[in-house]
Design a binder for this molecule. Structure first.
Ligand SMILES: [Ca+2]
Ligand SMILES: [Ca+2]
Length: 468
């Protein structure tokens, strides 16, 4: 009897620890959105809600932007969350952890309906800015990831107040918990934030306030755009209204139906959270590794050309990947850092919209990609590196295909000869480490794709350090 009680106690303890670990792995996310400026924020909100079981959603804050200067629209967020509420039970048939509608409704907040720096300073506290402060101040050491789909002035007001009321050390502690990704500067508070808080983690692709031209910001890679469609090597058939109607909007239940018709480009704001999806490819603390949300490098932009004012500190910003497009040509492009994964992230969205209406057996679920070895390896130049995906599986019993991708750009190793992976479409592959003169890193991505409908892909990344 005593022994069984002891066993039950240990079991309960183990379960508690497991659950605690699960929770601690989830990212805390707080979204700022100028929803209603054009249809694409509502589109992004639909996709975002299909992934909310992966995160601890701390806030959904309606803001202004250069495109919507005197208005905030929390009612549109509410409407989409209510549509989510209608399908939540069905989503839970497919994956656990989807929060209740009432909880999500409780974290919808508003900023003040004023543009940019006009909303920063005395008298501009809002339920949105106060909520940001409260979330960051929680006794929770995990960082707070802040995707910004419009202007950044609500965050700027929160930081303005913290700086007014706290010691420099307390301000530093507050700033250190923030991870900001903004879809270009959509008001004038981004430059102020970067200048005033030089240590603030900040990803931004320039674009909106460029003088004398238009910059093709990285986030445009999500769906191409009217200027480059058909010319940038990406497949626009996966992101146009016909595809979205067939796979998301029509006959896919109330949440999919909230995805509005595209006016400009599909979901320009989505890259700000796409890289926070736990798919084995992304490592959010390393934006230079690349993910569905694109790849960014940390540097001080040498030219002010595409920024509102000169940058005085390193920021995470545009990086290029060389990718073969559907036209067969190779494209060196910042947008390619996103569109190279387009089929995978669109299929993933379509599957999750299926989850909102279909029973488990009629929908597809992603495979589980597993490495038969450590994800970090160390070898000497000239040695053979054996790669294996033994143990990968699929919850639906689908057959799997494998691809080992040499992801050149995130690594330090550079060569004018491409690095060849042997048997790169088999479960077991190998590569001969190049000769080096100093220690170098090479990144290899395992992509495992199932034969379900739509076909889904999950990843594992191998980082090899090659020694001389
Ligand atoms: Ca927006
Ligand atoms: Ca499957």
């Amino acid at each position: 009897m005593k022994r069984s009680i002891c066993f039950l106690f240990l079991l309960a303890l183990a379960l508690t620890i497991c659950q605690a670990q699960d929770v601690s792995k989830k990212l805390r996310i707080l979204v700022l959105t100028d929803i209603e400026n054009e249809p694409d924020d509502a589109q992004s909100m639909v996709r975002f809600l299909t992934y909310v079981n992966q995160w601890d959603v701390e806030g959904l804050v309606a803001t202004t932007s250069v495109h919507q200067r005197n208005r905030v629209a929390p009612e549109r967020i509410r409407r989409i969350v209510q549509a989510y509420g209608k399908v939540r039970t069905n989503l839970l048939l497919h994956e656990k952890g989807y929060p209740e509608e009432a909880y999500l409704l409780s974290v919808i907040k508003s900023s003040v309906p004023k543009y940019g720096m006009d909303a920063v300073g005395p008298g501009n506290d809002s339920e949105g800015s106060e909520h940001i402060i409260a979330v960051v101040d929680k006794k929770d050491e995990r960082p707070v990831w802040i995707p910004i789909w419009g202007g950044a002035n609500c965050l700027a007001q929160a930081l303005w107040k913290v700086r007014q009321t706290r010691t420099p050390a307390e301000v530093d502690k507050f700033v250190a918990k923030l991870r900001v990704y903004t879809i270009s500067d959509q008001d004038d508070t981004g430059p102020w934030l970067r200048k005033t808080f030089p240590s603030l983690f900040f990803i931004v692709s320039p674009g909106f306030h460029a003088r004398g031209g238009y910059h093709y910001s990285t986030w445009r890679g999500i769906s191409g755009d009217g200027f480059t469609r058909g010319f940038d090597g990406a497949d626009s058939n996966l992101v146009n209204n016909a595809w979205l109607d067939a796979n998301i909007r029509k006959n896919h239940g109330p949440l999919g139906a909230e995805h509005p018709h595209t006016d400009f480009i599909m979901e320009g704001d989505t890259p700000s959270f796409l890289w926070l999806i736990n798919n084995g490819l992304s490592d959010p603390e390393h934006p230079n590794y690349g993910s569905w949300g694109g790849r960014y490098e940390l540097y001080t932009p040498r030219t002010r050309k595409w920024f509102m004012e000169p940058e005085t500190r390193p920021i995470w910003t545009d990086a290029e990947d060389e990718v073969q497009g559907i036209d067969g040509a190779w494209h060196n492009s910042n947008k390619a850092t996103i569109w190279r994964w387009r089929k995978a992230y669109q299929h993933d969205f379509a599957a999750r919209i299926d989850w909102t209406v279909k029973p488990y057996k009629e929908a597809n679920h992603p495979p589980v990609a597993v490495l038969g070895h450590a994800s970090e390896l160390q070898v000497k130049g000239g040695e053979k590196i054996t790669l294996n995906a033994e143990g990968s599986s699929d919850p639906d019993g689908n057959s799997l295909t494998y691809e080992w991708i040499y992801y050149r750009e995130p690594g330090t190793f550079e060569s004018n000869r491409p690095l060849e992976i042997q048997d790169k479409q088999k479960k077991n592959a190998f590569i001969v480490a190049p000769k080096v003169t100093t220690p170098e890193t090479i990144h290899i991505v395992l992509a495992v794709t199932d034969a379900g409908e739509p076909a889904l892909t999950r990843y594992r990344r191998v980082i090899v350090t090659v020694l001389p």
